[in-house]
Design a protein around this ligand. Structure first.
Ligand SMILES: Nc1ncnc2c1ncn2[C@@H]1O[C@H](COP(=O)(O)OP(=O)(O)O)[C@@H](O)[C@H]1O
Ligand SMILES: [Mg+2]
Length: 468
């Protein structure tokens, strides 16, 4: 404009100035002040309304970003998105999918709705190659589909569209997420009504897309780190546990091997250096003692190796079909012979016929331990009875004795490593305290359960189950 304003406008100028001052302060309600201010007054009024609108929008976006940023993990971020976007874009469902495997796969990672069952579930994955989403990602342009059923009729091969339509949705807005120039994934708004989305919503999304993408990517990274940290902590706890176990074992082994080794040494030094001082019978006794002690040491070492193998996950079961009656007869007959020196009888009640699939070496090991315990911890001239019950879904093996039984306070420790409890072997047999702990692990590895029924002075019935 050139020259002075017309004289008639002269009086309006202070009003114009007052109004602009007001706008500068962020006061947008000027409707009462524009009377008599002509076309320019009307223009100022429109400007005030536009400024107010922008201001509210800005405030709103600011609040969304603050809320989104408040979430640390991806799930928290997305939960905030679901709550905050409602004023910006209409939807009944929001879904998120992130790119994986060098951006070749898309995996649904989050979805929320108040309206329907979610059929397109978390974990659903699809290849990006040749899909319409690939185009959306390449152009960076959101896509509006205002009639999903028609779209599906055109593209019946689109599995994700079919799932969304089955959930009841009729229109969708698909928005690409790009953080730091790198494609991140997609955000899907869906509406139960047709024709929900317009370019206004696309504009709205574009305004916040950059920040949203960065926040989502941050959330993804934080979630990934959290998962990794948890895995590491679990691994670490496991290593600490194994290390503690190892230390216990080294300590116990050193302690338990020391005295039998001492005895072997004494026996051998007598026989080799002072044979002339001993009768032939005494020499024989010494050699037998050395043999017994070395057998015990071997047993202890085998037991320790077993526990270590199981605990470090290196026990490999070699299951095969076992004919139960033959198997049990063989084992009990052998124990009956061994127990003869104690005048103890090991009796097998006639077992039902049948086969079971299990590792025969390990199953024998468990039975050996239960039967030898029954013999070792019972007084001489007692009865040990072994029998087998058929269960609806497997078998139950029982070993009953007439020994001291298990005290209630001992029960808990019974199946733990190095449990040597109040009952001591009655015929000078050796005890490592590992047999039941190993048996428990073996039975559990077979999917069974082991326990004991007993009261003090009433003998004990150790039993375990194996699934059919
Ligand atoms: N049949 C039983 N009767 C009484 N006590 C038993 C019986 N079986 C096991 N025990 C107690 O449980 C402890 C642990 O048994 P086990 O783990 O087999 O180790 P070990 O036989 O080498 O001592 C035994 O030392 C004993 O005190
Ligand atoms: Mg034992």
């Amino acid at each position: 404009m050139t020259g002075n304003p017309p004289a008639a406008d002269e009086y309006r100028i202070p009003h114009y100035i007052a109004i602009t001052e007001k706008l500068k302060r962020g006061e947008y309600d000027i409707s009462s002040q524009i009377q008599g201010l002509g076309q320019l007054g009307q223009a100022l009024y429109e400007l005030a309304k536009a400024l107010e609108h922008r201001y509210r929008e800005f405030q709103y976006l600011d609040r969304i970003t603050a809320n989104l940023n408040a979430g640390l993990l991806l799930d928290e971020v997305l939960e905030n998105v679901y709550n905050d976007f409602r004023e910006l874009i209409p939807y009944d469902r929001i879904g998120f999918a992130l790119l994986e495997d060098n951006d070749t796969m898309l995996r649904a990672c989050w979805a929320k709705t108040n309206a329907s069952d979610i059929k397109l579930t978390i974990g659903y994955a699809a290849s990006m190659a040749g899909s319409s989403l690939e185009t959306i990602m390449r152009t960076g342009q959101p896509r509006i589909l205002n009639d999903l059923r028609a779209y599906l009729r055109d593209k019946p091969q689109s599995e994700s569209t079919r799932l969304i339509v089955e959930e009841g949705y009729q229109s969708s807005l698909t928005c690409p997420l790009v953080a730091n120039n790198m494609p991140v994934g997609f955000m899907f708004f869906s509406s139960l009504l047709p024709n929900t989305y317009t370019d206004v919503h696309v504009d709205m999304f574009q305004r916040i897309a950059g920040q949203l993408s960065v926040i989502v990517e941050k959330g993804r990274l934080v979630s990934e780190l959290a998962a990794q940290k948890q895995a590491l902590e679990e691994k670490n706890d496991e290593l600490i546990r194994l290390n503690d176990l190892k230390n216990t074992f080294v300590g116990m082994a050193a302690h338990d091997l020391r005295s039998p080794l001492g005895m072997v040494q004494v026996a051998l030094s007598f026989v080799s250096g002072h044979a002339d001082m001993l009768s032939e019978g005494e020499q024989q006794e010494m050699i037998e003692e050395a043999y017994r002690q070395s057998r015990y040491m071997l047993q202890l070492i085998d037991d320790l190796l077993d526990v270590t193998r199981i605990e470090s996950g290196k026990l490999e079961l070699k299951p095969e079909p076992i004919t139960l009656p033959d198997f049990l007869q063989d084992i009990t007959a052998r124990h009956n012979k061994l127990a003869a020196s104690k005048n103890t009888h090991v009796t097998l009640k006639p077992p039902p016929g049948g086969t079971i699939t299990a590792d025969p070496v390990r199953l024998r090991q468990v039975l050996d331990n239960l039967i030898s315990n029954a013999v070792n911890f019972s007084p001489s001239s007692s009865q040990v009875t072994v029998w087998l019950d058929r269960l609806p879904d497997g078998w139950r093996f029982n070993v009953q004795d007439e020994g001291p039984g298990i005290r209630p306070e001992d029960r808990e420790k019974l199946f733990q490593d190095f449990a040597r409890l109040s009952a001591r072997p009655t015929g000078g047999e050796k005890s490592t305290g590992l047999g039941l702990a190993i048996s428990r692990r073996m039975i559990e590895a077979h999917g069974g359960h082991i326990d004991v029924e007993s009261g003090p002075g009433q003998g004990a019935t150790f039993w375990f189950t194996l699934p059919a």
